[in-house]
Write a protein that binds this ligand. Structure first.
Ligand code: FUB
Length: 317
C-alpha cells in the first residue's frame, strides 16, 4: 500500500494514542515521566511489567511522590506507559498531606494482582509508615485500595515492601528500615502475615530496597547499602544467597555500583531466557531526586555469583 505524508502522520498519531510509548530501549528506558525503584515481573500474558514509583518535578526530597504508573514491554525495546494506577488521594487511611508514595511491589495469586506500597498514615511521615495494598484482576489497571498489612508497631519506620511467590505458591513478604531487613510467610489471602516477622540474618550494611528472586533453587536477596563517596550518599546494590527464602543469608557482594543518585533501588528478573537488572539513575535530570528507570543485562558466574552490571545508561551522561 502506498502512503502519503498525511496518511502516515495520521497513522502515527492513532498508534500512539492507543499504544503510548514511554521509551524506546535506550537507557533510561522510561523518559516520559521521572520514575524510580523499579519492581519488574513477568506475568502470564508474556509481557514484562515494571512497577516503579514516580518522582515529581520539581522535587522536594522524596516528599511529593504522589502516584504510581505501570509500564510494560514484550521486546525490552518498546515500553508502554499504562497510566496512573494509584494516587495518594485514593488511600483513605493515608496522611492527609499526601505524597510519600515510595517504592512499591506487585504480586500475582489466584487471578488477582496485589500491589503493595509504603505510605505514611500521619503528618509525622517518618514514624507512621504502613504497607498499603491495592488489588486488581488486571496487571496494569483497575487497582482498588484495600487497607494495609497488619505488621505491628515495628512497621512504623519500615519501607520498600517486596513480595516473592515461590514455585509452590507460598508467598513471602519482606521490607526494611533502620538497618534491618525482615521477612515472613504471607497467608494465602495475600493480605495478612502468617507468622511473626523474622530478621534476615547475614546481610552486610543493609539500608533498604529488598528484592527476592530464585535461580537454580538458590534464593537471592538484593538490597541497597549505605555507601557514601566524599561524604555524599552513593548507595550500591548488594546481594546475598540462601537455600531458604527466609535465610540465613550468605553475603555475595556488590552487583551494581553507584548510579549517580544517592539512593539505589533495583530488581532482578529473567525474561525470554535473559536475566536483567532494573535500577534507577539521574542522567536525564542531573538531580538525585528526579530519577529514571534503567535496565541492563545481568550475568551469573558458574558458581551462581553475580557479575557486576555494566551500566549502559551512564554512557549518556
Ligand atoms: O523513592 C523513595 C525511596 O527512595 C524508596 O522507597 C527508597 O528505596 C529510595 O529509593
Amino acid at each position: 500500500m502506498k502512503m502519503n505524508k498525511q496518511t502516515f502522520a495520521g497513522l502515527f498519531l492513532v498508534i500512539h494514542f492507543f499504544f503510548p510509548l514511554a521509551g524506546r530501549g535506550q537507557n533510561p528506558i522510561i523518559r516520559n515521566i521521572y520514575t524510580a525503584d523499579p519492581s519488574a515481573h513477568v506475568w502470564s500474558d508474556g509481557r514484562l511489567y515494571v512497577y516503579p514509583s514516580h518522582d515529581v518535578d520539581p522535587p522536594r526530597g522524596c516528599d511529593l511522590m504522589d502516584k504510581y504508573h505501570v509500564f510494560s514491554t514484550d521486546d525490552m525495546v518498546h515500553w508502554k506507559d499504562h497510566g496512573e494506577i494509584l494516587n495518594a488521594n485514593d488511600v483513605s487511611w493515608g496522611r492527609k498531606e499526601g505524597g510519600f508514595m515510595w517504592a512499591p511491589d506487585c504480586a500475582y495469586k489466584n487471578g488477582k494482582y496485589y500491589f503493595y506500597f509504603p505510605h505514611p498514615s500521619g503528618t509525622d511521615w517518618n514514624k507512621t509508615w504502613k504497607v498499603g495494598i491495592a488489588v486488581s484482576t488486571q496487571p496494569a489497571s483497575g487497582f482498588v485500595s484495600q487497607g494495609y498489612l497488619d505488621l505491628g508497631d515495628d512497621s512504623r519506620s519500615m519501607i520498600d515492601p517486596c513480595v516473592f511467590v515461590d514455585d509452590d505458591g507460598q508467598a513471602y513478604f519482606y521490607y526494611g528500615g533502620g538497618g534491618r531487613c525482615v521477612g515472613t510467610k504471607l497467608k494465602s489471602n495475600m493480605t495478612e502475615i502468617a507468622e511473626p516477622l523474622k530478621t534476615m540474618e547475614g546481610l552486610k550494611d543493609f539500608h533498604e530496597a529488598t528484592w527476592i528472586f530464585k535461580r537454580n533453587n538458590v534464593y537471592y536477596l538484593t538490597y541497597a547499602d549505605n555507601n557514601t563517596v566524599n561524604g555524599k550518599g552513593a548507595n550500591r546494590l548488594n546481594y546475598a544467597t540462601s537455600k531458604s527464602p527466609l535465610g540465613p543469608w550468605t553475603y555475595g557482594g556488590v552487583y551494581l555500583d553507584p548510579t549517580s543518585c544517592d539512593t539505589s533501588h533495583g530488581s532482578v528478573v529473567e525474561y525470554k531466557g535473559q536475566w536483567y537488572a532494573f535500577y534507577h539513575n539521574s542522567v536525564l535530570s542531573g538531580r538525585g531526586n528526579l530519577r529514571s528507570v534503567c535496565v541492563d543485562k545481568l550475568y551469573f558466574n558458574k558458581d551462581g555469583s553475580i557479575q557486576k552490571v555494566v551500566q549502559t545508561g551512564m554512557l549518556s551522561q
